[in-house]
Design a protein around this ligand. Sequence first.
Ligand SMILES: O=c1ccn([C@H]2C[C@H](O)[C@@H](CO)O2)c(=O)[nH]1
Length: 146
Amino acid sequence: MHLTTLTESQQQALLSAARAAQRQAYAPYSRYPVGAAVLDDLGRIHAGCNVENAAYPEGVCAEASALSAMVLAGSTRARAVLVVGNGGKHKSAWTTPCGGCRQKLREFGAPDLPIYCANDETTGPSYTLVQLLPEGFGPDHLGAQA
Ligand SMILES: O=c1ccn([C@H]2C[C@H](O)[C@@H](CO)O2)c(=O)[nH]1
């Protein structure tokens, strides 16, 4: 895999944390379990899974869940994110963060925040946050720093 900015041990830890989280997903409606893992500025990993709801819009994405765990643990800086979903084997089907989650990542990540895609069998492409959310609005616009 090509998580070049991370150590091999961090890569493997992110991947296994996200895969373990995916197995815990509560996705009875979409049947599309997702796991996410965030590496924070202290080198810690925080995982999350999607948690759906009978009132569909109340569902929470895996990335949002992982970011909440990071904030709960006392960090507001994400250094890398890995998302695991099984959309299919075609390149276009890799699970990338939804629009809302791209904005949530913008709150806690630099423009070059690496976002890695994987499924439960293999790893996929990676992107930077600015690639997925160009010209995004963030804390800096408000004179704030997360
Ligand atoms: O990056 C993504 C994409 C989708 N989902 C969830 C939302 C919903 O529960 C299910 C289907 O969209 O997958 C995530 O958690 N993260």
